[in-house]
Design a binder for this molecule. Structure first.
Ligand code: IMP
Ligand code: MG
Length: 184
């Protein structure tokens, strides 16, 4: 089915993302220093976030990736999750920093945190570039947050709309016809 007509408007700039990465990296460096660290990225959306944050951490860490897909429509109706943890490294006794692009209902991160705790890590913390706090349905509070955003559909910096726009180096809001959120 073709995508409905829509436009993308800048919301968070490249410079603002860079500043957020610097701040988050400093917070992580402050908190996670004692035990061996595993940075665990949730694919596909966290790809850019993981790559940017890793380069600013300045401390040894292991990288792991976990793939999650949900049965959703193009604009993310919450659905049931499929988790592929085939590439999850051993995390027993380690501090785990789980990175995702966005926390929306919170179901994805909550399910992953539960799954990780079954592997006996020393600790599990979560970092998200974006948090739609007003939509969060489960009892989860991310430890590190780039930006809180209102209930808008966003793309870029790893986030997609029906498979597209992940490549944008900034974050934009998708406006659908007749549903402009900027009033323009
Ligand atoms: P949650 O389980 O509802 O928190 O869903 C999180 C996942 O939904 C994210 O990892 C994204 O893949 C997707 N998602 C939620 N909101 C948006 C959005 O505004 N743009 C693009 N993807 C989104
Ligand atoms: Mg995602």
């Amino acid at each position: 089915m073709p995508m409905p007509h829509h436009t993308v408007h800048p919301l968070i700039s490249i410079a603002e993302i860079e500043a957020a990465i610097d701040r988050l990296a400093a917070e992580v460096r402050r908190d996670l220093t004692v035990r061996p660290l595993t940075v665990l990225g949730v694919l596909n959306g966290s790809l850019m976030f993981v790559a940017d944050l890793m380069r600013k951490l300045n401390q040894p860490h292991q990288l792991g990736l976990i793939q999650v897909s949900s049965y959703r429509g193009p604009v993310t109706q919450p659905g049931s999750l499929r988790i592929n943890s085939e590439f999850l490294p051993a995390i027993a006794g380690r501090d785990v920093l789980l990175l995702d692009d966005i926390l929306d209902t919170g179901r994805t991160l909550a399910a992953l945190v539960n799954l990780l705790h079954q592997q006996s890590p020393a600790s599990v913390r979560t970092a998200v570039m974006l948090w739609k706090r007003c939509r969060t349905e489960v009892d989860i509070h991310p430890d590190y947050v780039g930006f809180e955003i209102p209930d808008q559909f966003v793309v870029g910096y790893g986030l997609d709309y029906d498979g597209d726009y992940r490549h944008l180096p900034y974050i934009g809001v998708v406006n659908f016809d007749g549903a402009s959120t900027t009033g323009t």
